[in-house]
Design a protein around this ligand. Structure first.
Ligand SMILES: C[S@@+](CC[C@H](N)C(=O)[O-])C[C@H]1O[C@@H](n2cnc3c(N)ncnc32)[C@H](O)[C@@H]1O
Length: 204
């Protein structure tokens, strides 16, 4: 069982996570014209907090996560709330073959810093997007490593210029950047605030 499998059943019990998804969703809706999007994918969707917050703004969203338990929780919420425009899929784009679908929009929330091969995932996103498709990355700005408890093997947030270079290399044009949220967290050094950015890039 993965770390996220273990957290899935109680993931939505924290009101700050729900508030965070709602605030970020509203920032995203201001930065991207969601009304023209026909198909979207949320990658690393967890229990679907962000997609649920956007379900009335986007016609159809595929949620994908490599945690079977997170996917199970998302699916149950879709059934319980009788939502017809969200579908939850268990999968890892880095392991499976390329999917046939094309999406107008892909968004990824606080997941990229858990991905070892960021370049490869950006290339996969590029392949999955329709011409002129858009990618929104929401993640931590560069931090000192105090955000996660040990052992953590991911990235300590991202520097804007570094991520822009990686996006360019993968075939995207970075188009928008803002700090859209601050996560407050109790650390060994007291309560800290971690800025979260929203970056939007267009497929070249
Ligand atoms: C910090 S959680 C964020 C969940 C959700 N986006 C949210 O904001 O509530 C990171 C999520 O990414 C998923 N994840 C991690 N590595 C992944 C991968 N290689 N492929 C797909 N999902 C992954 C985890 O299972 C987890 O659900």
């Amino acid at each position: 069982m993965s770390e996220f499998d273990e957290k899935a059943a109680t993931w939505d019990d924290y009101p700050d996570r729900i508030k965070r998804a709602e605030v970020i969703a509203s920032r995203l809706a201001s930065a991207v014209n969601l009304t023209v999007i026909k198909t979207a994918m949320e990658y690393g969707s967890g229990t679907g907090l962000m997609s649920f917050a956007l379900k009335d703004d986007i016609r159809e969203i595929t949620l994908m996560d490599d945690s079977a338990e997170m996917t199970k929780v998302a699916r149950q919420k879709i059934i319980d709330q009788k939502v017809t425009n969200l579908i939850a899929v268990h999968g890892d784009l880095l392991k499976g073959p390329l999917r046939n679908e094309r999406f107008d929009f892909i968004f990824i929330v606080l997941t990229l810093h858990h991905i070892g091969d960021v370049e490869e995932l950006l290339r996969k996103f590029h392949n999955l997007l329709s011409p002129k498709g858009q990618l929104a990355i929401i993640d931590l700005e560069k931090e000192d490593g105090s955000f996660h408890d040990d052992p953590f093997h991911g990235h300590k947030g991202f520097e804007r210029s570094d991520l822009e270079n990686r996006l360019n290399y993968a075939g995207f044009v970075p188009a928008y950047y803002e700090v859209c949220y601050h996560i407050e967290k109790e650390t060994e050094k007291g309560i800290r605030e971690y800025p979260v950015f929203l970056m939007v890039a267009e497929k070249k």
